[in-house]
Design a protein around this ligand. Structure first.
Ligand code: ZN
Length: 263
């Protein structure tokens, strides 16, 4: 059983992530279940310029699309609601959306870069209170830019011990060292393997245990064969020889099942 805990749909800038590519690639590469968030929830363009005036998505409509995708693929797709804390914020419409999404909603997703807002910002707090109340884990993009610093995810996880946080990318475009230490320092903080060198993934597991890392990829961000990237070929292949069968099972599905309450 393999669960990809970091998958997207949506057409945004240079990305065109089709639901059909998600399903097709899952079949081709043996992925059983994906946790999907809609990149159309982004709050700015890739170069941090404002979205065009006629941008068709908002917090509810972007996530509705993901929930509809999950409904069409019952048992294979779950949704992480993409949050827009800077331009919209937590409101009744968002709470109602989470309610409508029912059991398809498995967590929340924040992208501090595409929100131009650190996860430590006060606008994020009401979402985190909701996550605590609803038992939803929170996936947070982390990278070496001013908004997405790994230590911000650590700070917010420390302040919210009742919420489980997954630090996506273990610090994208870094050597992963600082982010790995931070993940090891809190019981409610985890990492995912999206664009993480397999050697760095192995190091994290050796140091802090296989319960701290989840298989995640950003599929299908590089198209229908994102899983064929050299990193993911290793995670899906020889990585199983680098760790024990129990550790491999935790990485590839056990941790996601536990954190997201999947059966
Ligand atoms: Zn992502």
């Amino acid at each position: 059983m393999i669960i990809d805990s970091h998958v997207h749909i949506g057409c945004f800038g240079r990305f065109d992530m089709k639901p059909d590519d998600v399903i097709g690639s899952m079949k081709r590469y043996g992925i059983d279940y994906s946790l999907v968030s809609p990149i159309t929830g982004a709050e700015c363009n890739e170069n941090l310029s404002p979205l065009p005036d006629d941008w068709p998505y908002h917090q509810v409509s972007a996530n509705e699309e993901a929930i509809a995708f999950a409904r069409r693929n019952d048992g294979r797709i779950g949704v992480l609601l993409w949050c827009r804390p800077r331009t919209e914020g937590f409101n009744d419409a968002f709470a109602a959306l989470a309610d409508r999404g029912g059991t398809y909603v498995k967590g929340l997703k924040f992208h501090p870069y595409y929100s131009m807002l650190p996860i430590t910002a006060p606008q994020v707090e009401p979402y985190l209170a909701f996550a605590a109340e609803s038992g939803l884990p929170v996936l947070v993009h982390s990278a070496d830019d001013e908004f997405s610093q790994p230590r911000f995810v650590y700070e917010v996880a420390k302040a919210h011990p009742a919420v489980n946080f997954i630090m996506a990318h273990v610090g994208l475009v870094t050597d992963n060292e600082e982010a790995t230490e931070l993940i090891g320092a809190l019981p409610n903080l985890y990492g995912d393997t999206a664009w993480v060198r397999p050697e760095a993934g192995r190091k994290l597991i050796r140091k802090y245990g296989a319960h701290k890392l989840l298989f995640g990829t950003d599929n299908p961000i590089d198209g229908p064969d994102t899983y064929n990237h050299p990193f993911y070929r290793v995670y899906l292949g020889q990585f199983r020889e680098w760790v024990s069968p129990e550790e491999y099972d935790l990485l590839m599905c056990g941790n996601a099942c536990r954190l997201f309450g999947l059966s």
